[in-house]
Design a protein around this ligand. Structure first.
Ligand SMILES: C[S@@+](CC[C@H](N)C(=O)[O-])C[C@H]1O[C@@H](n2cnc3c(N)ncnc32)[C@H](O)[C@@H]1O
Length: 314
């Protein structure tokens, strides 16, 4: 699919034809080509048990029995895509010799990717009002390395990038930065890389930021915006399962790690293990941000709280 994106203020006013045009090519993979699939399929309790145990053991995501209807519903499209009439056949395929690649689609269907630009905005205020001024005060001019470890569709990493740019502008500073976004879901990371969002996703963002950091689709029927290349070029994405035994492919020198609204899916023991593995990748004195409904109380981790849900590595 081809999209043409123009700077926001020009879209707003429609006054100039000399606007800068950005062209984005992107394709969406569809998997709904199966023939002969009829209606929705029922999942037995035993099948739910098999799947939820596998998902918990390998991805840390807890699916209590009340989630059976949700799992059954979300996996319908996977049965359809693979042309299976029963969950029994789907599960046999999933765990059989040819099912490896299907596991990625299965976990995509299961994970909850809710996110927003400037979600839990207190963290971004703290970044701009405390972390970045301190970085300058300490005469540390090096690039800041930031990791968004459950990046979802990219709103969190791009919000961080906007804050970096806004800070530099406001303080006439040149703090360089690079952002790594990781997530378990391949399809959500594809959205993050494309960086295309429906316009309703940015209604609450101040107009000056929209003008600076979003391009409006030239096709009015399209109703989408795209993050400007300047921000996109500072963010890279990789697939990473936080349940992996170690994060070998991740650098050891991050200044800031965001781990927000993902630990809630894990049990207490897994949360502690994940935070410890993340801390191995964080510099001493580096910052760690947790989601507002998450807590590290009672956990043995090398972090000191400086504000609710904000920590420094000891
Ligand atoms: C609710 S979203 C949070 C997004 C963002 N951090 C925020 O706070 O807005 C949780 C994300 O965690 C990802 N996730 C779930 N389990 C994961 C795992 N085991 N490893 C890596 N990411 C995982 C999901 O795919 C989803 O995109």
């Amino acid at each position: 699919m081809l999209g043409i994106y123009i700077f926001f203020p020009l879209w707003k006013s429609f006054i100039s034809r000399s606007f800068i045009i950005r062209i984005a090519f992107y394709d969406m993979k569809t998997n709904s080509t199966a023939k002969g699939f009829e209606g929705s399929k029922k999942m037995s309790l035993k099948e739910f048990g098999t799947l939820s145990e596998y998902i918990y053991n390998n991805f840390g995501i807890r699916l209590p029995p009340v989630k059976k209807v949700m799992l059954e519903g979300r996996l319908q499209k996977r049965l359809k895509a693979n042309n299976f009439q029963t969950f029994k056949d789907y599960i046999e395929f999933l765990f059989g010799k040819d099912g490896k690649s299907e596991i990625i689609y299965m976990i995509d269907a299961v994970s909850t990717n809710k996110t927003d630009f400037f979600r839990e905005s207190m963290h971004f205020d703290y970044l701009m009002e405390v972390v970045l001024p301190k970085h300058i005060e300490d005469n540390r001019y090096g690039n800041l390395k930031i990791w968004s470890s459950a990046a979802s569709s990219g709103e969190e990493p791009y919000t961080i990038a906007m804050c970096m740019e806004e800070f530099n502008k406001a303080h006439n500073a040149k703090v360089g930065y690079s952002i790594l976004g990781t997530d378990i879901s391949v399809s959500i990371l594809k959205k993050a890389v494309e960086a295309i969002y429906t316009i309703d996703r940015i209604v609450n963002i101040p107009l000056n930021l929209k003008r600076e950091y979003f391009l409006k689709s030239k096709n009015k029927a399209n109703n989408t915006v795209r993050i400007v290349p300047k921000l996109r070029s500072n963010v890279v994405y990789k697939r990473l399962n936080l349940m992996d035994t170690s994060y070998n492919e991740i650098d050891n020198d991050y200044d800031i790690i965001f781990c927000r609204n993902v630990l809630i899916y894990f049990d207490a023991q897994t949360q502690e293990k994940v935070v410890n593995k993340l801390c191995e990748k964080l510099k001493k004195g580096g910052y760690f941000f947790l989601g507002h409904s998450e807590s590290l109380i009672g956990k043995n981790v090398p972090l000191t709280q400086v504000k609710p849900t904000i920590f420094i590595k000891q």
